[in-house]
Design a protein around this ligand. Structure first.
Ligand code: XMP
Length: 523
């Protein structure tokens, strides 16, 4: 199925990807600085059509420039005469095409390094680099480097080991960095990127929340016209903002949001979502199908089976609803830019560990065109649009919640009573996190119900009940995760409240496993 959503604006910076794990991070940083940036394949034979680029960034990557099969810089980069910033592999590519000398693996540097700038002979186009402190910490990750000055490049900085860390072409506005300015550990990395985009590329800094919203509204109107959009919503950030944005662009009559309650949601979630959507003026139909889902899951304890059943059932419910209505032309989806880039083969590309449930395959079945208003946006940008649209903070800033919901947090077979118990425990944990200002100290937090019973004592009575595990993780995208460093006194208070108030749980444990080796969800 083709998507027909156009990019939100048609000017900015092009980022050529050579396979670095940081390519998307560079893109995000530039957009945070106020310039729209887009990733394309580093070997692409032509720039993007209908896109005015003010400058080019060449990403890092795992190849070695001098080896056979290494990705090369396309000829149009040089002939465009646009400013270029080469990062790591990108810097080596620049040196390679200009006759600079490269060394392979002689000076491996990973992690923090001290950069000392030497700006006495800085080319005139790069004099703004003088705004930066002469000595600063930078983040290195490379095995190859450029050997000294070649006569074509001016060396503008070295690390304490003498590695050329900053260089500038003497004639072209080309700057090479051996370190990663996009990584937070590079102390003045953001300032450096800003100097490149503003002072060297002269790109206007006009990418802000207002622009994101206005351009998205315009593109939706262009894309859908007089059509009608069907949109599945989950109560999560992306689908909520998408439904509100679509409604703002097209009007109440042209957008219909569907919320399937599979009975595995957080406590009072279905009611809450309905109230919020009503307040936000979105046409929403909530379908309570919990009994159907419970029946389909009865007796099933294998995690993958549970996921597959829920995914299948969800599509069934959604499809039958869609077919009961007429007039839909589009299916709305909250797909984000990183998903698009990953599936195009750029970025790191992750192996499927668990089957994720979504509405894949539905547009074809329903003969609907896809409408993906966030195809070019990052999650933070979606949040910014959400705030701009007046969506309450509690909805915009929520932790992620998995499609199969509590099914992957109740280990083993699912019974309605276990769902109730877990909902209660989870609500206590989350409310406490919010009350004690710890909700945003972690990236995601939730309770898990284990089928493990243990002995306890309450008053004068012996208890023999289930165990609740609390999980709180730090992360930036969920691909890896650290353990949330919640105060033990806080955890004890939460545990105390859960055991006192939730009949069915008499023991609480805290999960201290990182990802990898564990996943965030338990199933
Ligand atoms: P794992 O457990 O794979 O989770 O480490 C990483 C992130 O993904 C969420 N997750 C899901 N999200 N459908 C979703 O929409 C799913 O099936 C699903 N499974 C896991 C998880 O909550 C965490 O944020």
């Amino acid at each position: 199925m083709q998507h027909s959503m156009q990019r939100p604006v048609n000017e900015g910076i092009l980022i050529l990807d050579y396979g670095s794990q940081y390519t998307l991070l560079i893109t995000r940083r530039l957009r945070e600085l106020g310039v729209y940036a887009e990733v394309i394949d580093g070997t692409r034979s032509a720039p993007l059509e209908d896109f005015h680029y003010h400058g080019i960034i060449l990403s890092g990557g795992p190849d070695t420039v001098t080896e056979e099969g290494a990705r090369t810089m396309p000829a149009w980069v040089k002939s465009s005469n646009k400013p270029v910033l080469g990062i790591c592999y990108g810097m080596q590519l620049m040196a390679g095409v200009s006759g600079g000398k490269l060394r392979s693996g002689t000076q491996r540097e990973y992690g923090r390094a001290q950069l000392k700038l030497e700006l006495d002979h800085v080319p005139s186009y790069a004099t703004s680099l003088k705004k930066l402190p002469a000595v600063q910490t930078v983040w290195m990750s490379h095995g190859d480097d450029v050997e000294g000055s070649s006569g074509i490049f001016e060396v503008l900085g070295r690390t304490e080991d003498g590695v050329v860390a900053v260089m500038a072409h003497k004639e072209r506005p080309w700057i090479g960095l051996q370190f990663h300015p996009e990584v937070q550990h590079s102390e003045h990395g953001a300032e450096l990127l800003k100097i490149f985009i503003s002072d060297i590329c002269k790109a206007p800094l006009n990418w802000d929340a207002g622009c994101m919203m206005e351009s998205s509204l315009a593109k939706i109107r262009e894309n859908v016209g007089n059509g009608k959009v069907l949109m599945a919503v989950s109560g999560g950030v992306d689908s909520t903002v998408a439904a509100v944005l679509l409604t703002r662009a097209l009007g109440f009559e042209q957008v219909h949001a569907i919320f399937v309650d599979h009975g595995l949601l957080r406590k009072d979630e279905a009611k809450w979502v309905q109230n919020e959507f009503a307040r936000l003026g979105v046409h929403l139909t909530a379908l309570d199908r919990s009994q159907e889902f419970y029946a389909a899951l009865k007796g099933v304890s294998d995690p993958e089976q549970k996921r597959k059943i829920i995914g299948r059932k969800f599509i069934e419910v959604f499809e039958s609803f869609a077919k009961s209505q007429t007039g839909f032309t589009h299916l709305g989806q909250g797909t984000l830019y990183p998903d698009v880039i990953e599936s195009a083969g750029h970025g790191s590309g992750a192996k499927v560990i668990k089957s994720h449930h979504n509405v894949g395959g539905l547009p074809e079945k329903l003969h609907l065109e896809l409408c993906e208003p966030f195809r070019y946006l990052f999650k933070d940008e979606v949040r910014a649009i959400g705030r701009q649209l007046g969506i309450p903070e509690q909805l915009v800033d929520r932790h992620p919640f998995p499609g199969p919901g509590l099914a992957v947090r109740i280990l083993g077979e699912i019974e309605p009573e276990s769902v109730r118990i877990l909902q209660e425990a989870d609500a206590i944990f989350i409310n406490r996190l919010r009350e004690e200002n710890l909700y945003h100290a972690v990236w995601q937090a939730f309770a898990v119900l284990l089928p493990v019973k243990s002995v306890g004592v309450m008053g004068d009575n012996r208890t023999y009940q289930k165990t609740c595990a609390l999980r709180a993780v730090t992360a930036s995208d969920g691909m890896t995760a650290g353990v949330g460093d919640l105060p033990i006194s806080f955890l004890v208070r939460v545990s105390d409240e859960i055991v006192r108030k939730v009949n069915g749980i008499n023991r609480v444990v805290y999960d201290v496993t990182t990802k990898p080796p564990a996943t965030i969800e338990w199933e």
